[in-house]
Design a protein around this ligand. Structure first.
Ligand SMILES: Cc1ncc(COP(=O)(O)O)c(C=O)c1O
Length: 422
């Protein structure tokens, strides 16, 4: 593939300009809020635009390129035809809230009150920011593991809180797990800590937090009187016999956990923008107020379709996970033979890789090369870290794609072999 001279905008950052701290030019800065002037555009969404520009296979952004289940699409069509086209109840259609409560009972053994403890939002993205806006005051701190899903840092800043990061360390070999240092985690907690954001199964690492790890986090939450905000949107995408455990199910966490989930990943409908937050009544009241002023409500007909989706038989979830296991096992050997060191994911649908073998000075130059010349888009690892140097030897690939898309990616990646810089 020919080299083209178009520059990747907004992707390259120096170590002094982490993902959400790029300064606006002095001319326009006077018009911007201090908070926003510190943000850059999402690197993940930018890589999708780059993929389109170069005709590359898009393994950057985590959206499926295969159809959503027929029965869910039909339910959405029927809801529109039945004229469920006006504002839904602000905190969510009753049918969907009931279905969410049923699912919490079935999968986690947690009984919740759908009238008082559920807020349906415009995606789990909005559920997260509404939650943080509802609970944080200026000066609060929010602990997050890094590498992290790129919204968490800006979300904390928008809510007035200061993000604090604790490292997840990659495994030494392909079969190992990402781990964290208990002492480092403890050091991140103090009297300013309002919340910890968890994400299990984890994007970008594929880590699935164990019961022992969650118990340790629970103990710190209780000791320091901290809230757990847990993003579990990949809860059904699990491999190698791993089990998803919601921290809310651990003793002592019922009244200090906000569980966030959504339809995007489980039902392959990332464009529908339906997600939710499950929280104790008082916290739910606060989240509902923020959500009301931000959005009024999530899309009404798609919430009805959501109720149908959440009522699918359990076989649906087993098939979903098995389908993604096949895709993971399709892409990983292609990456490995092209020279990437892969960190085997135990859940979610991404592979984090180490690119040291290619000899590039940083992940962004490598990602530019890959999208322009090899025709495969990935996400530079630095976008998942506060200090871009920490991700300078990593890139992430999404495998939520059709077999033919993965075949084409594998074919293009095979051109990398022998082009490694030493
Ligand atoms: C960890 C995580 N949380 C949230 C989201 C966004 O979810 P939603 O589409 O429900 O807003 C993503 C999307 O990639 C994600 O990876």
């Amino acid at each position: 593939m020919a080299t083209r001279s178009v520059k990747i905008k907004n992707v390259k950052r120096s170590s002094r300009n982490p993902p959400f701290s790029k300064q606006a030019s002095s001319k326009t800065k006077q018009f911007l809020s201090d908070k926003v002037s510190h943000f850059t555009e999402s690197v993940i969404r930018e890589m999708t635009r780059q993929a389109m520009m170069y005709g590359a296979v898009n393994l950057a952004q985590g959206f499926p390129d295969f159809p959503a289940p027929e029965e869910i699409k039909k339910a959405a069509q029927q809801a529109v035809a039945a004229d469920i086209n006006q504002y839904a109840i602000t905190w969510g259609a009753k049918n969907l809230r009931n279905a969410i409560a049923r699912q919490m009972e079935v999968w986690q053994g947690i009984t919740i009150d759908p009238e008082k403890e559920v807020t349906v939002c415009c995606g789990s993205t909005e559920a997260m920011i509404s939650t943080l806006l509802a609970v944080c005051n200026a000066g609060d701190e929010v602990v997050t593991f890094e590498p992290f899903y790129e919204n968490y840092g800006p979300d904390s800043v928008l809510s007035g809180a200061k993000p604090k990061f604790v490292k997840l360390r990659p495994p030494k070999d392909e079969s190992g797990e990402w781990t964290f240092d208990e002492r480092e985690l403890r050091r991140a907690f103090d009297r300013h800590t309002k919340a910890i954001i968890l994400n299990t199964p984890n994007n970008p690492t594929g880590k699935v937090f164990t019961r022992a790890e969650l118990a340790l986090i629970r103990d710190l939450c209780l000791e320091f009187n901290v809230l757990a905000i847990t993003d579990e949107i990949y809860e059904h995408i699990l491999y190698d016999g791993t089990e998803h455990i919601s921290i809310v199910s651990l003793d002592g966490m019922r009244d200090r956990t906000v569980t966030i989930n959504g339809m995007s990943k489980t039902y392959s409908v990332t464009g529908w923008r339906v997600g939710w937050a499950v929280a104790p009544e008082k916290i739910t009241n606060a989240i509902r107020k923020v959500h009301d002023f931000l959005n009024v409500g999530a899309p009404a007909p798609l919430q009805e379709a959501g109720a149908a989706a959440l009522s699918l038989p359990s076989g649906y979830y087993a098939k979903l996970a098995e389908g993604y296991r096949g895709r993971r096992d399709h892409l990983m050997p292609a990456l490995a033979s092209a020279g990437f060191r892969c960190f085997r994911p135990r859940g979610a649908y991404y592979v984090m890789t180490d690119i040291s073998a290619f000899g590039y000075s940083d992940d962004v130059s490598f990602a530019k090369y890959l999208v322009r010349e090899i025709g495969v888009a990935c996400v530079p690892g630095s976008s998942f870290y506060r200090d871009p140097r920490d991700g300078a030897k990593q890139v992430r690939f999404a495998f939520c794609k059709k077999p033919e898309t993965l075949d084409e990616a594998a074919r293009r990646l095979s051109q990398l072999t022998g082009r490694k810089q030493t």
